[in-house]
Write a protein that binds this ligand. Structure first.
Ligand SMILES: [Zn+2]
Length: 108
């Protein structure tokens, strides 16, 4: 079993599940584990419990990496987060303009 991917923040956890679906489609066996669960017991807040994606068979790992790279370099989905170029605020993908300064995500 090999570690493949974990998001930087808990709010990006959905990426782990999105990637798992893609790997499932590619018939690469994988599982989602909470890496920090052991340390988290009593020690850390839920924010530190970020799920991580693991490839079950080491032999599948190179292919899983390729799939992940393709997935990460593909155009952002409409509901993915974006960062306001003006004020640097992180905006949820369902909003097309910055809630803080009002700048449009993409200038026409
Ligand atoms: Zn802004």
């Amino acid at each position: 079993m090999k570690y493949l991917f974990a998001p930087n923040t808990l709010s990006e956890s959905s990426e782990v599940y999105a990637l798992k679906i893609i790997l499932d489609t590619e018939e690469i066996p994988c599982s989602i584990r909470n890496e920090y669960l052991a340390i988290a017991l009593g020690e850390l807040s839920p924010q530190d419990c970020i799920p991580a994606l693991w490839v079950l068979n080491d032999a599948d790992y190179p292919r899983a990496c390729e799939v992940m790279e393709a997935w990460r370099s593909s155009p952002a989905e409409t509901n993915s987060q974006w960062v306001c170029p003006d004020c640097g605020e992180t905006i949820e993908g369902q909003f097309s303009s910055c809630w803080k300064c009002g700048k449009q995500q993409k200038e026409a």
